[in-house]
Design a protein around this ligand. Structure first.
Ligand code: GTP
Length: 366
């Protein structure tokens, strides 16, 4: 079976990191999110993935090439953004005339795709089957109402619910029949599957649902991107840290469990790394540092006695001595932070910026 993956969004909510890296290449425990997805798809017998690309298409194509984990990779390029439904029509020739899987590429999950496909096949006349995931306080997601036969009755956008209420939301993963092509307007514009196509199918009683109960995170915002990493660390490094090749860790440094350290990483005397931390390949950390709950992309350097907590730091950033970086700070690639600077929670700094003085209020440095 083929799988169409939407890989063309701008990822504006992950700026500034998404200014230089497409969201689907964001590392989760040091491997791009899309790489984990393709591996999971391969385990469920998917033999061909079609990536619908637009923003930073070349970067994605260069990384994934023509095959990955034994799966053939093809590309469907868009001249302009086509939203979530337009890419289906655009990829029509590649998709052929069999039912196919389709998903948003920014979903990190362990969905049982075989069971989802099976659920779709078991419903006669189904044009689509949506994967549902139950979450507390659905907030930014649309809630999906189903009947006892798992037929979708309706979609409820941003419902008012008592705090703590759990509701099933659209998990952004579907099985679609080729007849879906007839439901998408042939127009070169952004067309939303969720708003313009699915409600019509539900009205015609041709849309079904399947409940997924394992892991599911949409990495669209920084807090959820960190959460996807945390969930994977709990699987990979619950008992002890995972340490890459050629790591030079000082005997008096401490690496806690729930930490993944990439290849060629250096960590100096007295530094304490973790938990819930990922250091990319080639990261260097000086003496007496404390890094916790953070993601450092490849080749970041951190000088002595610096503390980083709950932050995401882009590739090749250079952080000085005695620096303090607090929760939910986002630093783009190649940012330089001078010695003794404090960056408080909620600050975002655009790539390649130099920061010479402390930033003590949540601000966006462009
Ligand atoms: P934000 O700008 O932060 O909303 O992110 P986004 O642009 O990625 O949008 P969203 O999170 O809604 O996208 C969900 C999935 O659809 C992601 O995998 C995107 O890459 C993808 N996507 C969004 N818009 C397009 C598009 O116009 N074309 C293609 N091919 N994919 C898209």
């Amino acid at each position: 079976m083929k799988c169409l993956i939407l890989a063309g969004g701008f990822g504006t909510r992950l700026r500034p990191l998404s200014c230089t890296l497409p969201k689907l290449l964001f590392p989760v425990a040091n491997r791009p999110i899309l790489d984990w997805t393709i591996e999971n798809l391969a385990k469920h017998g998917i033999d061909e993935v079609i990536l619908a690309v637009n923003y930073m298409a070349e970067t994605i194509m260069r990384y994934f090439g023509t095959s990955r984990h034994g799966v053939i990779i093809r590309y469907s390029r868009e001249k302009r953004p086509l939203g979530t439904a337009g890419p289906i029509l655009n990829a029509r020739k590649l998709l052929g005339d069999e039912p196919f899987l389709m998903m948003n590429g920014d979903i990190f999950s362990d969905i049982n795709y075989s069971a989802l496909v099976e659920a779709h096949r078991s419903k006669e006349g189904a044009v689509g089957t949506i994967c549902l995931y139950e979450i507390e306080n659905p907030g930014r997601y649309g809630v999906v109402d189903v009947d006892e036969d798992m037929r979708v009755k309706r979609f409820v956008e941003k419902p008012t619910l008592a705090p703590g209420t759990k509701k099933p939301v659209n998990a952004g993963v579907y099985v679609l029949d080729p007849s879906i092509f007839d439901y998408i307007p042939e127009e070169e514009r952004k067309i939303s599957l969720e708003v313009e196509v699915f409600p019509k199918l539900a009205e015609e009683r041709k849309l079904y649902a399947y409940r997924h109960e394992g892991m599911w995170v949409d990495i669209g915002v920084p807090a959820d991107y960190l959460r996807a990493n945390r969930l994977l660390l709990e699987k990979l490094a619950a008992e002890k840290p995972v340490i890459g090749e050629n790591a030079k860790i000082h005997p008096e440094a401490k690496i806690s469990n729930l930490t993944v350290i990439g290849d060629d990483v250096e960590i100096g005397k007295g530094s304490y790394i973790g938990p819930y931390t990922v250091l990319g390949n080639g990261v260097s950390v000086g003496e007496g540092c404390r890094i916790e709950g953070s993601i450092l992309f490849d080749d970041v350097s951190v000088d002595n006695y610096t503390s980083i907590k709950g932050a995401i730091i882009g590739k090749s950033a250079m952080i000085g001595k005695w620096v303090k970086i607090e929760e939910e700070a986002l630093l783009g690639d190649y940012v330089e932070v001078a010695d003794n600077v404090t960056i408080v929670s909620g600050v975002t700094i655009c790539h390649s910026k130099s920061v010479e003085e402390s930033i003590l209020e949540p601000t966006r440095i462009m």
